[in-house]
Design a protein. Structure first.
Length: 119
């Protein structure tokens, strides 16, 4: 989170939102946002959302599966990730994370499955 300058900016009853700057730290060699950085943003916010919405202490959380479709490139500014629960089970959760640019255009659509271990 610190390495990529990911900052949480909003939490509602159903979503968690974060932003990340697009700069040389997250560029591919040709100067656009690296898909891996987008996936790191998505997994970070999806995992955090799962912890927040489970509302339980003594949980260890892991990602089971992640898949991403990158549909538009971005060179600078910020991207915003919004995690929305599609399934909030006690053990497994399914999250959709939309990553958009500052004009609210879709950059990537990510699906994340997490699993919670109760300690």
């Amino acid at each position: 989170m610190e390495t990529l300058d990911i900052v949480f900016i909003d939490v509602t009853d159903t979503t968690l939102v974060a932003k990340m700057p697009v700069n040389k730290r997250v560029h591919q060699p040709d100067g656009v946002l690296h898909g891996g950085a987008s996936v790191a943003l998505a997994e970070s916010i999806g995992s955090a959302a799962a912890l927040v919405f489970l509302g339980a202490e003594n949980i260890s959380l892991r990602g089971l599966e992640i898949s991403a479709n990158h549909v538009k490139s971005v060179k600078d500014g910020y991207v915003y990730a919004t995690a929305t629960a599609l399934h909030k089970g006690r053990t497994t959760q399914l999250w959709q994370i939309k990553i958009t640019n500052e004009a609210d255009e879709l950059i990537s659509l990510v699906k994340l499955t997490t699993i919670a271990f109760y300690l």
